[in-house]
Design a protein around this ligand. Structure first.
Ligand SMILES: Nc1ncnc2c1ncn2[C@@H]1O[C@H](COP(=O)(O)OP(=O)(O)OP(=O)(O)O)[C@@H](O)[C@H]1O
Ligand SMILES: [Mg+2]
Length: 270
């Protein structure tokens, strides 16, 4: 461990899929007790970056360091051994599994030792519910409920609670608020702040500039696989960030088009 080194550092990371350069020369630091927001339009490379950080894909080039030591993740298990917990954009939860069971997938508490060792459902349920409640999720009181019956926000909270409970030092969330209503999204943002307060480094992937600005300490914007900008809280306005993302340009073009259509309609009726 190198004193003063960031928890996680990417240097010149690139990833090429057959036919696509998904990431090009990305360098980023992830710091303890801070929220790093990764912004970018569809296809910008955000999930690819997350997959590299979480050991799903190996980078084509570049290095990853944890506490100043170079590492190579050959599987998600390797990344989680370094305390990196990831909630992926799609899947990651098991709709037909109970809340208690899904909380402990891969790390099950057992009632007794030896060949009769079996999963302690009651304890698992109690812990899962208690941990969700500690994040302010009070609507789920029975750990036997199926994950598929939870709301989107509750599902995100379950996944985050799991990461926190198992001692994650880096929590990576790929679009956790994308499918949520305003209230639920706010709740997830609050939980992100709670994780940050515990000293966890949070990597928060989102399209939503408002969500990012409300919780982020630092920000990186990806455009077509490249880091287009990198800044700290307060260094850019919301408009500047929106304009930077391809969505900004597209919205400006749409607004201009609509204005023209309106002018045309006005012209036609007079
Ligand atoms: N397994 C794959 N094989 C080939 N190309 C891929 C693969 N996964 C992603 N890509 C391509 O890499 C680029 C980046 O994709 P990625 O999923 O990282 O984008 P993203 O920023 O997460 O987008 P979104 O906001 O839509 O989730 C896209 O052009 C995508 O089509
Ligand atoms: Mg994605």
């Amino acid at each position: 461990m190198t004193v003063g080194a960031p928890l996680l550092r990417l240097t010149n990371v690139s990833k090429t899929y057959v036919g696509t350069n998904a990431l090009l020369n990305i360098s980023l630091d992830v710091e303890a007790g801070k929220v790093l927001c990764l912004l970018g339009d569809n296809g910008a490379g955000k999930s690819t970056l997350i997959k590299i950080l979480s050991g799903v894909h190996a980078p084509t080039a570049g290095t990853i360091e944890v506490n100043g030591e170079p590492v190579r993740f050959s599987s998600p298990r390797d990344a989680s051994a370094y305390g990196i917990a990831t909630v992926h954009q799609f899947g990651g939860t098991f709709p037909l599994m109970s809340v208690g069971r899904s909380f402990f997938v891969g790390a099950e508490p057992t009632k007794r030792w030896g060949p009769l060792r079996r999963f302690d459902k009651k304890l698992a349920s109690e812990i899962a519910i208690r941990e969700m409640q500690s994040l302010g999720i009070t609507g789920v009181t029975d750990g036997r409920r199926l994950v598929g019956s939870l709301s989107g926000g509750e599902r995100q909270a379950l996944a985050i609670a799991r990461g926190v409970y198992f001692g994650a030092s880096v929590l990576i969330l790929d679009e956790p608020t994308a499918a949520l209503g305003v209230k639920e999204a706010t709740h997830v943002l609050r939980i992100i702040m709670q994780a940050r307060q515990k000293g966890i480094a949070v990597v928060f992937v989102t399209h939503n500039v408002l969500h990012a600005i409300s919780v982020g300490d630092h920000f990186a914007v990806l455009i077509r696989g490249e880091k287009a900008d990198d800044f700290r809280k307060g260094e850019r306005t919301r408009e500047q960030v929106t304009d930077l993302m391809a969505g900004g340009e597209a919205m400006a073009a749409l607004e201009a088009e609509l204005a023209e259509m309106q002018a045309q309609a006005h012209h036609d009726t007079t």
